[in-house]
Design a protein around this ligand. Sequence first.
Ligand code: PEP
Ligand code: MG
Length: 575
Amino acid sequence: MSFILQGIGVSEGITIGHAHLAEPAALEVAHYLIPKNQIKKEIARLDKAFASVRKEFELLQSSVTSGPAFAEFSAFIDLHHMILDDPTLSEATRNSIEQMHCNAEWALTQQMDVLLEQFEAIEDAYLRERKTDVVQVVERVLKALIGHPGYLPPASKHVGDSILVAHDLSPADMMQYKQNQFTAFLTDTGSLTSHTAIVARSLNIPSVVALHHARQLILEDDCLIVDGHRGIIIVNPDKCVLDEYRLWQRQLEIERRKLKRIRSLAAVTLDGAPIDLFANIELPEDLEQVKESGATGIGLFRSEFLFLNRDNLPSEDEQFEAYRLVATKMRGNPVTIRTFDLGSDKSLKGTIQIAANPALGLRAIRMSLAEPQMFLVQLRAILRASKYGQVRILVPMLSNVAEIDQTLHLIANAKQSLRDEKIPFDENIQVGGMIEIPAAALSLDSFMPKLDFLSIGTNDLIQYTLAVDRVDDTVAHLFDPFHPAILWLVTRIIQTANRAKMPVALCGEMAGDIQFTRLLLGLGLQQFSMYPAQLLTVKNQILKSHLPDIIPLVQKIIKADNPEKMHALLAKLNS
Ligand code: PEP
Ligand code: MG
């Protein structure tokens, strides 16, 4: 049967291929009846799963004995332990197996539903919220029952045209697929600027997120058309539709080849204004794409990706080698290494997210300052690499001046330790700040004297200004880069920095979206940093833009008093 699913296209292009399903969502379990003579065995299977989760909790509890989050973490594990040991979960599940002959997974999810209903009726909001903990504990037991195989699905038989269909993928999961030969990614959850989507874009293959029920509706080996541009999936298309998409695919390929011709041209507007086009990368492996894009620097190296999918932290030498490689290959062009932005949706393996609002919690520079030893290792590695190119340090998620002072102090310590050891580095290494929290945007006057450059992180700036969780697809429609408040903040940052002659780049997803290229040019932006695959399209737009024509229209847009008028003016600007 042919049908269409609509989601959010996060990485453009068209792929035609076969579905390969990732592991089932934890709560999607088989339902079957157990023969009477197997009941005891089924109960033993359940008990074994409970025991194994109990052991996991004990291990987790003993793995964290100190650190800033110790008390919170401990309380979290205690709570999960209590839920696990609560007879309403284990005994009632056992009873269902005994009396109704349900399989253990089915009995457990039924009992979970009963508990969730009881929680729903609780008046106390805090206790009601503990529903999530019940679900998490049940998920763990289910995984133990199923013998959780780990996320990476077994290889598909359709080598070369395999499309991964998953309920959810974390940024760390996506990184694992960098080595895998999938030709598109589809997920039920996600949004345009989630880090998972950003990694998908950096892989430069069509991806659609927020499909809601794709993982349930699509079957292994189904034929799929993935239209990353419109965010559409056509499942088991008929021949006519397939032919049309194949034609369109070929046209896109021709356009892509044509764009390659401008790869080595300088990015200059029609009236002669030079624009820097930099690339965003996650790992040194991305340099191949950077080279193909013709980027003249790295505007954002998301260094935290070096920390994901591993059991230990990367050592100073390992980090140094990664940074040195990028610095050397960029041959004197700027390489902006963002210090690790861990926390929130990018956690170290083995850590469990315990904050109620992780995006507002111990993330990025907050985590670096809470873990100074770990931070110093990174700072020394970056400084050592600075001998091999034009390396710059970029600090994420600044919200106040004290964070800048503390960071500069730690950089000074790292420099001194290298001097003491007679290890060379760039004494004048530049330190910049990401402006991605509204408070930072409003504090530029006190930030700028302490920094050498700024980089606007619109992904987070939008999330924090509009109070829209960037990973939550249920509010993805509210994530609006064109919201007047965002335009006001971005305008203010660019103009304040330009007045102070402080270099300012924009490295959020907005920089790679050609809808906004002319708008940003008209606001005075001279440095854009984006995923490499988008760079030539943006360059093409710059080459066709004439600032004296653009600026008056942009002025009208930022002064417009209603959204319809703004959108009409934006359309005119881009026509
Ligand atoms: C941003 O927030 O815009 C940004 C570039 O950083 P990240 O997407 O990694 O949070
Ligand atoms: Mg950010």
